[in-house]
Ligand binder design. Structure first.
Ligand code: NDP
Length: 279
């Protein structure tokens, strides 16, 4: 055992978020608020894992008696390979964001999709059933939300990505849902959509996605998974009359789902979303 991480204190369950970089992560604030609200004795901290030793970091946390961790960029795929067992949605995504350590075994789940769907349906009051849906991006975040989105019985789902081969690969793995799915480049998009989800990281560099204005149908919900800034996608959607949402609600909802897996208690997310918006 090393001194690299906080020494576990007896009688308190320890959790963490592991990523690289990690200093920006808001997960400790969210989980602390959940713990206070539900009277749970636990700690939750940020842990920076070196890019080349994620596995060793997790093994050390297990040895120290941690009960579980959230996993963020860029380790969600590596975390999947460490698991002894998975939920169906994690298996479908091939990536995990929630690890639970119990009886010497690691179980993996992916709560990103459940968080997104809950934010859109419960908080933003949108019905997803029968909606023409466009998913922008084919990275880890897009993979994580695909299976839960398909379970909502949409009216088709188009995945558009700069590198179209990645969108095609994602689709080829969804054998049970091939008739609902198609891949596209941005330039080839030529239909309106009721729901558009931006799962790219283009907003990080203020890069505009080359999508035509006509993709925003009347009453479209344009959802950007990024939070804390107005992205060019959000600006374009607003200019085309769409209802626009950022990913803060998803962030809190995916955390609530992880908290429920670990603690068996479902926190009330509304006050926590309000608290995070006010920061
Ligand atoms: P990845 O690095 O795995 O994927 C990035 C995606 O963005 C790829 O599809 C990539 O396209 C695309 N992309 C990146 N730059 C550009 C660009 N300049 N123009 C067009 N496309 C671009 O990242 P993640 O999938 O893990 O994360 C994506 C976003 O989702 C991040 O901003 C992250 O913060 C957010 N997120 C939010 C969550 C929340 O709870 N709100 C949860 C998880 C993620 P290509 O394949 O062609 O390279």
């Amino acid at each position: 055992m090393t001194d690299k991480y906080a020494k576990p204190v007896l009688n308190i369950d320890h959790y963490a978020v592991v990523g690289n970089p990690i200093a920006h992560s808001k997960s400790p604030l969210i989980h602390s608020a959940f713990a206070k609200q539900t009277n749970q004795e636990m700690s939750y901290e940020r842990i920076l894992a070196p890019l080349d030793s994620f596995e060793a970091t997790i093994k050390e946390l297990v040895a120290q008696g941690y009960k579980g961790v959230n996993v963020t960029v860029p380790f969600k795929f590596k975390a999947f390979n460490l698991c002894d067992m998975f939920t169906e949605r994690a298996q479908a995504a091939g990536a995990v964001n929630t690890l639970t350590f119990k009886d010497g075994r690691i179980s993996g789940d992916n709560t990103d999709g459940a968080g997104l769907v809950r934010d859109m349906t419960h908080n933003l009051k949108h019905i997803l059933h029968n909606k023409r849906t466009l998913l922008l991006g084919a990275g880890g975040a897009a993979e994580g939300v695909l299976h839960p989105l398909l379970a909502c019985e949409l009216d088709g789902l188009v995945i558009a990505n700069r590198t179209i081969e990645k969108a095609e690969r994602m689709i080829s793995r969804q054998v049970g849902a091939l008739n609902q799915l198609s891949a596209s480049t941005y330039a080839d998009l030529n239909n309106p959509f009721d729901i558009i989800i931006n799962a790219t990281s283009a907003g990080l560099t203020d890069t505009e996605l080359p999508i035509p204005n006509m993709v925003f149908a009347k009453d479209c919900l344009a959802y950007d998974m990024m939070y804390g800034r107005e992205t060019p996608f959000m600006t374009q959607a607003r200019a085309n009359g769409a209802q626009v949402a950022d990913g803060l609600g998803m962030l809190v909802e995916q955390a609530a789902e992880a908290f429920y897996i670990w603690r068996g208690v479902r926190p009330d997310t509304k006050p926590v979303i309000e608290m995070m918006r006010a920061l």
